[in-house]
Design a protein around this ligand. Structure first.
Ligand code: PEP
Ligand code: MG
Length: 307
């Protein structure tokens, strides 16, 4: 997203020749924004607010928690992610059945198959808090796999008065169909943590498989490139909000692929801003092409030498 004209210029992510790449924060609660200089929030992980709740949070409880984050970002973008419960983020009030393979089971948006009420309540609470705020509130769903899931989610949000809707790209099937998904939503946000896990069939928490989970793996880069190109083709934003966005050299490659925003934990923003400012957009594009052509992660990293 292009920053609003009233945002202080020093917060903006820009290449050396002024091409904007919005630098946003990944947060789980409002307190993480205190003293932080960012253009907005690119990933508000709402499940972290409720991870110790035995009962589902009420509308009012949720609206109050969302309002606190919106109040910290007046006139700025806040991308609220609906509950990503299940697998590595279990929520006590949504633990209905044990699954043998939770990462491949009912998690993220899939929870709405069983508990549509929980998603509807959350969307209504986000809409209520958004109405009272000047933050530019966007909403997105985690673990979307198909175009029809994306379309159903978008309809639900728009009916509730939330016009700007996106989905996370965390499943290879969704990356492959990103152009079609962009026909039904306003933006995409690539979650590299899960996209790596599912592309490489490697548990994201496994230290032993860290080489496969390396974001510089050419197959991951190819999928991100596909998503970014889909966004460029229709002029819709495609961001990256997984941990990889915090790697300054990787951020240069992402900018070169056409990614429009990078969202990361707030302490990482300064180094990424400095890296982007050191390269022109053409240099970012050249680095991205070299990284895509590399045969392994080490060669891809070597494509960006000045970070
Ligand atoms: C991701 O999967 O990359 C992501 C940003 O979401 P989370 O880490 O919360 O699963
Ligand atoms: Mg994820």
């Amino acid at each position: 997203a292009v920053p609003a004209p009233d945002e202080p210029a020093d917060l903006r992510g820009r290449t050396a020749d002024g091409h904007p790449v919005a630098l946003l924060a990944n947060i789980g609660r409002a307190a993480e924004l205190s003293g932080v200089a960012v253009e907005g929030v690119g990933l508000f992980r709402t499940e972290l607010l409720f991870q110790h709740h035995i009962d589902p949070p009420t509308d009012a409880e949720q609206a109050a928690a969302y309002a606190e984050v919106f109040a910290a970002m007046p006139d700025r973008q806040v991308v609220v992610r609906t509950l990503d419960a299940g697998s590595d983020k279990p929520l006590p009030f949504l633990r209905e059945h044990d699954e043998p393979n939770p990462a491949l089971g009912i998690r993220g948006l899939r929870m709405a198959r069983r508990r549509a009420d929980i998603l509807r309540t959350q969307i209504a609470a986000i809409a209520a808090a958004a109405r009272e705020s000047t933050a530019r509130v966007c909403v997105m769903a985690p673990m979307v796999t198909t175009v029809s899931e994306a379309a159903q989610f978008a309809a639900l949000c728009r009916d509730a008065g939330l016009p700007t809707v996106g989905v996370m790209i965390e499943v290879p099937a969704a990356a492959v169909r990103s152009a079609e998904i962009l026909q039904v939503v306003d933006f995409l946000s690539v979650g590299t943590n899960d996209l790596s896990q599912y592309t490489f069939a490697a548990d994201r928490r496994s230290g032993e498989l860290a080489d496969l989970l390396d974001p510089w793996q050419p197959a991951l880069l190819s999928l991100i490139a596909l998503c970014a190109a889909a966004g460029v083709a229709v002029g819709r934003p495609v961001g990256v909000c997984g941990e990889a966005a915090a790697d300054p050299a990787f951020a240069v490659v992402l900018a070169g692929l056409g990614v429009t925003s990078l969202s990361m934990s707030p302490p990482a923003v300064g180094a990424v801003r400095a890296a982007l400012a050191a390269y022109t957009l053409d240099e970012c594009r050249a680095a991205a092409q070299k990284a895509l052509a590399a045969s392994d992660p080490a060669a891809a990293r070597a494509a960006v030498t000045r970070c």
